[in-house]
Design a binder for this molecule. Structure first.
Ligand SMILES: [Zn+2]
Length: 266
């Protein structure tokens, strides 16, 4: 656990950096989002003290790095909501860095509905610079094949894999599996990055359609492990409650409390 003094030091340094850039916000029409970190209420409270005046100017916060430390989606939801509820009156826009798994996308779009503010996120899944480490399967965004320097993950059906997205049709004549089985070349990464971008866009379309027809919650509950917990965590945290993660018999269990541990905000 990071000591409060260390959080104080990091927040003060961040504020100093923001101070340098905030001048450009008025001068040019650019977006500046204020980084908002902290694991628990106490750390969030310290961080908020240093950034709140800047947030009132930019009306925008960004979450990532220290704020999102877990691979477990529910933990990240708790983390995100903890910061949102503190800053909710001052913000118009929340940006979430590097959280773009299939589950994350579905939850983030639902979060936008719950808080009624603009929520954006980014992804490295179609970044050519990173040389595309995961290839999302055209049949399901939930499944992917690991590619890259360490080679392909073991999958016996890989050779017969086909995809009819514009990138795969243009570069592989739809037969993406045959190309993956052969030696990876630099030019291939561009095509794979475009394939992933296309797959993500198609998935976002689906999520937005589910949201528009009021079925996104139902979809999350049915399709993702801890989906129901995630939605409940979002609602509980945004209503000022608390969610605690516990392990029972080696299994993760979330406990929901309607009242917040408000000791740091009293
Ligand atoms: Zn494709």
């Amino acid at each position: 656990m990071i000591a409060p003094e260390a959080v104080e030091k990091m927040a003060a340094f961040t504020a100093k950096c923001i101070d340098m850039w905030i001048k450009f916000f008025d001068k040019y029409n650019i977006t500046i989002t204020i980084p908002f970190h902290g694991f628990d209420d106490r750390q969030v409270s310290i961080w908020w003290k240093y950034i709140k005046d800047y947030v009132k100017v930019t009306r925008s916060i960004s979450l990532g790095g220290m704020a999102l430390r877990s691979h477990a989606i529910v933990d990240n939801i708790i983390s995100i909501c903890r910061r949102i509820r503190v800053s909710i009156d001052d913000i118009k826009h929340v940006h979430i860095f590097g959280l773009s798994s299939m589950r994350s996308i579905a939850f983030i779009h639902l979060l936008e509905t719950f808080i009624n503010k603009k929520v954006t996120y980014d992804s490295s899944k179609y970044s050519i610079v990173l040389r595309v480490s995961k290839l999302h399967l055209p049949t399901s965004m939930n499944m992917y094949i690991r590619i890259g320097r360490k080679g392909l993950s073991k999958n016996s059906n890989i050779k017969s894999l086909t995809c009819h997205c514009p990138a795969c049709m243009r570069f592989f004549d739809g037969k993406i599996g045959e190309h993956l089985s052969s030696r990876l070349m630099t030019s291939l990464h561009h095509a794979l990055a475009l394939h992933n971008l296309w797959t993500i866009i198609m998935y976002i379309d689906k999520v937005e359609w589910l949201r528009a027809t009021n079925r996104l919650e139902e979809y999350i509950v049915k399709n993702f492990p801890h989906g129901e917990d995630g939605i409940k965590a979002m609602k509980t945290m945004l209503e000022g409650g608390e969610v605690v993660k516990e392990f029972e018999g080696g299994r993760v269990k979330y406990k929901f409390y309607t009242s917040s541990l408000k000791r740091w905000f009293a």
